[in-house]
Design a protein around this ligand. Structure first.
Ligand code: NAD
Length: 491
């Protein structure tokens, strides 16, 4: 890859208003809220705050764009693909600015955002652009005198509610299949990271999407998210965030219009390392599995299970590796670990560590905050853990690796599955039988064998158990944004 340019300094924030009907507008009551740079704790700017009346306006704009006979409904499916491809081009055109903005607003590593997130977002958009004119129904075998077929039709007005940890990626994962299949979208970014979603909105307009097809309304969960998930004119809601809020959204849908719901929720993913694995590689991958994005990843491999024969050596090397990571400004090209998203999240992590120590776990390294500006936590490794400790059961969402010892396949499978979550898992081994036993037996939507975070637009992603329902990415995502109509004709 070409050299990554330094992040844009003195970044100018261009878009701070709600995006409804292809226009940037103030909130109806004029409300705004501040968004903060997590690396310094300083306010970046004020952003318009959507509330129920703005949600209504965005949903109405989306509904209008979806009316039969509208430009969007009449558009040839392949043209929707052309628009998505154009948007991918624009994302890459503005890669430098967007990566800098994502880093400023969310504390995400600028280098990772530039080199990985934005190219992957463009790939996702292109993947779904390709599907726009390829997902079709079929004809059915019927007795003489009848002809029957199915149509895959868009669902209608879809709402997307996304978290703050990888904002651009979450936006594209929702946008791609939604508009590829002919739906319209109202997206509510997380209140902690509204800026790149608004910039994306400007690119959506520039790409040529008709007014109302995509609307972006920053706001808070209770005052914007909830009116959206309870809205009677929203046909589907695609949510990514915590299991707690996911449960509420499921309830909101049930209590209102039974809108379709897909949920991408939390995780406590096991990463199982057998004694025959390449230990250097497994230590590095286990490190990345936990510390990527400072532990703020739903599918982070937080529970590292290591076979007893290599346990001591593995812990030793993991501690050396964790201590090596450079913590600092997310825009610096040499930084490995940036800040946590805010003070609340930092304090939550520190509280988990305090509670863990009280319950008997040992801090091998890290364990505290880094004092000064911003919200930094030291990369931490915990041992002496039992499966019933709070830190073993709950999602910490921070840079905390937990290393457990195991004896054999059946024991580790049972322990790995002893969680309410089921988002992802990994196994490191050179023995195909062990790899298969774990990948077949694990209760998770994704299993990585001798790798971690292997994402691709064609690979479906989603949760078992309380990690969610439905799938994003891949061909499976198309079914989340279409409904099947059966037409039976008497000839
Ligand atoms: P969160 O659940 O607090 O918030 C997510 C979004 O929901 C935000 O936009 C928020 O404003 C909104 N929201 C909050 N209350 C709401 C309500 N009552 N009604 C409607 N919307 C509401 O989660 P978070 O703290 O932003 O993100 C972290 C969580 O997201 C973690 O649990 C993480 O595992 C999960 N996550 C999951 C995936 C996945 O693909 N499974 C990906 C990223 C993050």
């Amino acid at each position: 890859m070409d050299k990554i340019p330094p992040a844009v300094s003195n970044l100018e924030v261009k878009y701070t208003k709600l995006f409804i009907n292809n226009e940037f507008v103030d909130a109806k009551d004029g409300s705004t809220f501040p968004t903060e740079d997590p690396a310094t704790g300083e306010n970046i700017c004020q952003v318009s705050e959507a509330k129920a009346a703005d949600v209504d306006a965005a949903v109405a704009a989306a509904r209008k764009a979806f009316q039969p006979g509208s430009e969007w409904r009449k558009m040839a499916p392949k043209k929707r693909g052309v628009l998505l491809n154009k948007l991918a081009d624009l994302l890459l055109r503005d890669q430098h600015y967007l990566a800098s903005l994502e880093s400023l607003d969310g504390g995400r590593l600028y280098s990772a955002c530039f080199a990985v997130d934005i190219p992957s977002c463009a790939d996702v958009l292109r993947y779904f652009a390709g599907w726009a004119d390829k997902d079709h129904g079929s004809t059915m075998p019927m007795e003489d005198g009848y002809f029957a077929y199915t149509r895959h039709e868009p669902i209608g007005v879809c709402a997307g509610i996304i978290p703050w940890n990888v904002p651009l990626a979450m936006f594209c994962w929702k946008l791609g299949p939604c508009v590829s299949m002919g739906n319209v979208l109202v997206l509510k970014p997380a209140e902690l990271t509204p800026l790149t979603a608004l910039y994306m909105a400007s690119l959506i307009k520039e790409a040529g999407f008709p007014p109302g097809v995509v609307n972006v309304i920053p706001g808070f969960g209770k005052t914007a998210g909830s009116p959206l998930s309870r809205h009677m004119d929203v046909d589907k809601i695609a949510f990514t965030g915590s299991t707690l809020v996911g449960r509420q959204i499921q309830k909101d849908s049930a209590e209102t219009n039974l809108k379709r719901v897909t949920l991408e929720l939390g995780g406590k993913s096991p990463n199982i390392v057998f004694a025959d694995a390449n230990i250097d590689f497994a230590v590095e991958m286990a490190h990345v599995a936990v510390f990527f994005n400072n532990g703020q990843i739903c599918c982070a491999g937080t529970r590292t299970y290591v076979h007893e024969d290599i346990y001591d050596e593995f812990v030793k090397r993991s501690v050396v590796r964790a201590k090596k990571g450079i913590v600092g400004s997310p825009t610096s090209l040499t930084t490995e670990h940036g800040p946590q998203i805010n003070k609340l999240q930092k304090d939550k992590i520190l509280k988990y560590l305090e509670g863990g120590v009280k319950q008997g776990c040992k801090i091998e390294c890290g364990g505290g905050e880094i004092k000064g500006k911003g919200h930094f936590v030291q990369p931490t490794v915990l041992t002496n853990l039992t499966d019933d400790m709070t830190v073993s059961k709950e999602e910490i969402f921070g840079p905390v690796q937990q290393i457990y010892k195991f004896k054999d396949v059946s024991e580790v499978l049972k322990r790995a599955n002893n969680t309410k979550y089921g988002l992802a898992a990994a196994v490191f081994t050179n023995d195909i039988n062990k790899a298969m036993a774990i990948s077949n037996g694990i209760e998770a939507g994704t299993v990585w064998v001798n790798c971690y975070y292997k994402f691709d637009p064609c690979l479906p992603f989603g949760g078992y158990k309380q990690s969610g329902t439905g799938r994003e990415l891949g061909q499976y995502a198309l079914h989340e944004y279409t409904q099947v109509k059966t037409v039976a004709i008497k000839l």
